[in-house]
Design a protein around this ligand. Structure first.
Ligand SMILES: NC(=O)c1ccc[n+]([C@@H]2O[C@H](COP(=O)([O-])OP(=O)(O)OC[C@H]3O[C@@H](n4cnc5c(N)ncnc54)[C@H](OP(=O)(O)O)[C@@H]3O)[C@@H](O)[C@H]2O)c1
Length: 301
């Protein structure tokens, strides 16, 4: 039996200052949840004792772990740190969630896959990460699963959203100052709006579902090039003044990067949709909503 966590109950959000946390905390508050959202200086998840003390004090009904080491390239040089946060840290929260009888929602990534498939990845497809970030996240998943109990691992991909610099804001910034953008077209995945993922997390919190892994992203697929074209077109349609004249599709090999990315990381969301009886909007529709928000509210620098 999975705990049903409803408005009025206490939710602990770890990693709340990050991109996903910035979307999740306001949504939980709007929905009427009590929320405790410690900063990294108030809770370092790699410290088991500190995590235990905080979780005992807060006594949450649910814990959402948005905290992670997310610097994909830097992780190649900082394996120990990435593993400490993404594996040990995840295990510390899983352990303390279980001790507190809290429902645990842990966020993971499409980077656990090597991208050799050309059809959407299902939850039980073999994970075979290409880099340190992906392998540290996979290790975290395995530690969370080993504790068992009332847990949900939500794998997601290509996040963007309010509050933090992300691919959309970076492309917008460059399109304002450069005549040509070069964007890779040989990596295909699904952009995911943090607000839609935050809603999915709340949906999982509120249902009595089987514990395990669930894939969630927006629907559809795109290369980074397709995504960049959609961002620039969307900004032009909203009368944002841009300098960019050409968006050039290039191979990943055009950019020297420490970590190899999966060439294909589209995920199958059937399990999420069927379990909850919900549909998911297409990435283009979600992007349009986000562009409306940042253009209308002057959040575009
Ligand atoms: N971003 C993506 O495109 C993407 C794609 C797929 C999956 N994901 C997964 O989605 C989740 C959320 O990602 P995100 O993009 O929101 O990440 P993010 O913006 O990098 O935020 C992560 C947060 O975790 C905090 N943190 C790092 N180490 C910590 C520690 N030891 N104790 C407590 N907090 C710590 C960070 O604090 P500091 O900033 O102070 O270090 C930051 O506030 C992660 O699990 C990530 O792996 C992300």
């Amino acid at each position: 039996m999975s705990k049903v966590v409803i408005p009025g109950q206490m939710v602990l959000v770890v990693g709340a200052a990050g991109m996903l946390g910035s979307a999740l905390v306001p949504l939980l508050l709007k929905d009427g949840y009590e929320v405790v959202a410690p900063s990294i200086s108030e809770l370092d998840i790699t410290d088991l004792q500190a995590t235990r003390v905080l979780v005992r004090g807060v006594a949450p009904s649910a814990i959402v772990n948005c905290a992670a080491y997310t610097a994909v390239d830097k992780a190649e040089d900082e394996r120990t740190k990435a593993e400490l946060i993404n594996s040990e840290g995840a295990a510390n929260i899983a352990r303390t969630a279980q001790e507190a009888g809290a429902k645990f929602i842990h966020i993971s990534t499409d980077f656990v896959f090597d991208g050799k498939k050309n059809t959407p990845y299902e939850e039980d497809d073999e994970a075979s990460p290409l880099g340190v970030y992906g392998s540290s996240k996979l290790a975290g998943e395995q530690r969370v699963q080993a504790f068992g109990g009332d847990f949900f691992i939500v794998r997601t991909s290509w996040l963007y959203g309010q509050g933090n610099e992300n691919f959309v804001t970076k492309i917008a910034e460059r399109a304002k100052s450069l005549k040509e953008l070069q964007v890779v077209f040989d990596q295909v995945g699904t952009p995911t709006y943090t607000l839609d993922l935050a809603e999915a997390i709340v949906n999982l919190m509120q249902r009595d579902l089987e514990s395990g892994i669930y894939h969630f992203s927006n629907e559809g697929l795109a290369s980074w090039y397709d995504f960049a074209v959609a961002i620039v077109d969307g900004l032009k349609r909203r009368d944002v003044v841009l300098s960019v004249e050409t968006i050039k599709p290039v191979l990943s090999s055009a950019f020297k990067r420490l970590a190899t990315r999966p060439p294909y990381s589209v995920m199958d969301k059937t399990k999420y949709k069927d379990s909850l009886g919900l549909t998911i909007r297409n990435w283009n529709e979600a992007l349009s909503f986000y562009l409306d928000d940042i253009v209308r509210n002057g959040r575009l620098k």
